[in-house]
Design a binder for this molecule. Structure first.
Ligand code: GLN
Length: 542
């Protein structure tokens, strides 16, 4: 019998539902249970792929090429799962299937309505995710805040699931903010009480409540939350600010949340074992070294735009007991004040992330040049890889006007160009080169040293690539392309063997980076930053 846990949030968004859902999954995994997760995003977009990272944070890419909400990244990192496109459910997707069925004639003669047709579709999709992987528990996180108009059909669907699946097989967890007033230092539970009331109005009585608070809630707040939430005090938990998000499962489990859930859902499970997780958390919170990384990006104002990247840098850091301090530098500022590029001298590493469009690209190119010429460890990902090629073409190969046709379609040296199969593609949704693809690494290179394998699979999300017409001149001038697609026509990694660490990839290693198993390119980068800082000689390639 599959069990279902539903996580809803109140008071405001970004209250940490994603981390809570991942943490619940971790508590179940620690007891040898098999969870999977569905993220519901009530927006009308089919997927996150067409949304601006500035509004919504990064787009997380799954192995099967889904462009999903960033919470899937948290689930993958916490639970070491490889999720699929269908683990992310949106209003757009639900309506698309319902409308397709209607056109097909599946509801012939009937009036198609939100209840039951849309809600049935939602329930079927949630159940299908659990079935596909034979999960013990399906965790469903409902995005947005309780009371949003667009979330209503989803809440109605999960309300119906209690009746259909049975009380002992369903659990509603509600998380809401409990702020502490600056002036009086008082914990305020009223907003949480209101959001619980809103949930009840819809017909859902929570079974457990998580107070998201800056500090552990006091006895008075706990008593009030239980009383007004109509639940025992044992069902109230507190997710307070932690040094690292990876501590949250341990914090909640210590309060008894894991045992509470297993007992309430009558789950037969083994004694909990958090040892591997604890080991990783210890490495994160008790580092021996520290490095300062400059992340030069276009969306620097919202750190969630780069969350998988910053986490991959931290995973890499934990593996060499190093605290990674990231400064998010606005690429455009480097364009407006070119002397600012010299500030990069105070960093141990320069990181140029993914990106789209022309804004800020000259600033990023200046950062790449500075890192290359001053031998500061450098890692470039996707756009970072493409901009490194442009920088090299301009400043080493002497192709002054070199550019990507994404940035300047009129460039006389389009060293980065649209992939042939992208020509004529009009639709923007889900049409990039997406998901996991095989890459062949050349032995005796940095790429091979990092991965220790000739064949690797990494995830992608791009429309442009290295223009093969310029391969010769780039290589003759010393730029090494050491990883390629299976047909050898797509450049996937580049490196400069004479630099201390200079590496970039067309693929995104961050999406497969895990606590305790960091992405090799990110780990190699951070390790080089520490070693260089400690004055150690450059590691030889193997
Ligand atoms: N804009 C570039 C492309 O489409 C890079 C994409 C990225 O950085 N994910 O190829």
């Amino acid at each position: 019998m599959v069990k279902y846990i539903f996580v809803t949030g109140g008071v405001l968004s970004s209250v940490g539902k994603g981390i809570l859902t991942s943490s619940i999954g971790k508590m179940l995994q620690a007891r040898k249970l098999k969870p999977t997760v569905v993220k519901i995003d009530p927006y009308v977009n089919i997927d996150a792929g067409t949304m601006n990272p500035y509004m919504h944070g990064e787009v997380f890419v799954t192995d099967d090429g889904g462009e999903t909400d960033l919470d899937l990244g948290w689930y993958e990192r916490f639970l070491d799962l490889s999720l699929k496109q269908n683990n992310n459910l949106t209003t757009g997707l639900v309506y698309k299937s319902v409308i397709e069925k209607e056109r097909h004639g599946d509801f012939l003669g009937r009036c198609v309505q939100i209840v039951p047709h849309v809600t049935n579709e939602i329930k079927n999709k949630i159940r299908a995710v659990g079935k596909a992987v034979n999960a013990d528990v399906v965790l469903t996180e409902v995005g947005g805040t309780v009371g949003d108009i667009e979330g209503l059909p989803f809440l109605e669907a999960i309300r119906q699931m209690r009746v259909e699946e049975g009380f002992e097989n369903t659990l509603y967890v509600h998380v809401a903010l409990v702020p502490i007033l600056d002036v009086t230092q008082e914990m305020k539970t009223k907003p949480l009480q209101h959001s619980v009331n809103e949930l009840r109005r819809i017909g859902i009585q929570p079974d457990a409540i998580v107070a998201r608070s800056p500090q552990m809630i006091d006895a008075e707040a706990l008593r009030k939350i239980a009383l007004f939430g109509t639940i025992p005090e044992e069902a109230v938990f507190c997710s307070y600010n932690a040094e690292s998000v990876y501590q949250v499962p341990l914090i909640l489990d210590k309060q008894g949340m894991g045992d509470f859930i297993c007992h309430r859902l009558a789950l037969t499970c083994e004694t909990k074992d958090f040892s591997a997780w604890q080991q990783f958390v210890d490495a994160i919170v008790h580092p021996e070294h520290e490095v300062k990384i400059a992340l030069v990006g276009k969306y620097a104002g919202l750190t969630d735009s780069y969350v998988s990247m910053s986490e991959a840098l931290r995973h890499g850091g934990a593996a060499c007991k190093t605290k990674v301090c990231i400064s998010y530098l606005e690429a455009e500022k480097l364009e407006q004040n070119p002397q600012c590029v010299n500030d990069l001298a105070s960093f141990d590493g320069v990181f140029v992330p993914y990106g789209f469009g022309p804004r800020g690209t000259e600033g990023k190119i200046a950062a790449v040049q500075y890192a290359r010429e001053n031998d500061i460890p450098f890692l470039g990902i996707c756009y970072g890889f493409q901009l490194a090629v442009i920088e090299y073409a301009r400043n080493v190969c002497g192709l002054k006007d070199a550019n990507s046709t994404e940035i300047n379609p009129e460039s006389s040296h389009p060293v980065i160009d649209l992939m042939p199969e992208q020509r004529g593609v009009e639709y923007k949704g889900a049409t990039m080169r997406l998901g996991s693809h095989k890459i062949i690494l050349q032995k005796g290179t940095l790429a091979y040293s990092l991965y220790q394998q000739e064949e690797i699979y990494e995830r992608h999300r791009h429309r442009f690539e290295v223009n093969l017409d310029y391969l010769d001149i780039l290589m003759k001038n010393g730029l090494h392309f050491t990883g390629k697609s299976t047909d050898g026509r797509r450049m996937e990694t580049l490196e400069l063997p004479n630099n201390y660490f200079y590496f970039a990839s067309q693929f995104h290693g961050e999406f497969k980076s895990r606590p305790g198993r960091p992405s090799p390119e990110y780990f190699g980068f951070i390790q080089a930053c520490v070693n260089k800082k400690l004055g150690k000689p450059k590691a030889p390639v193997s």
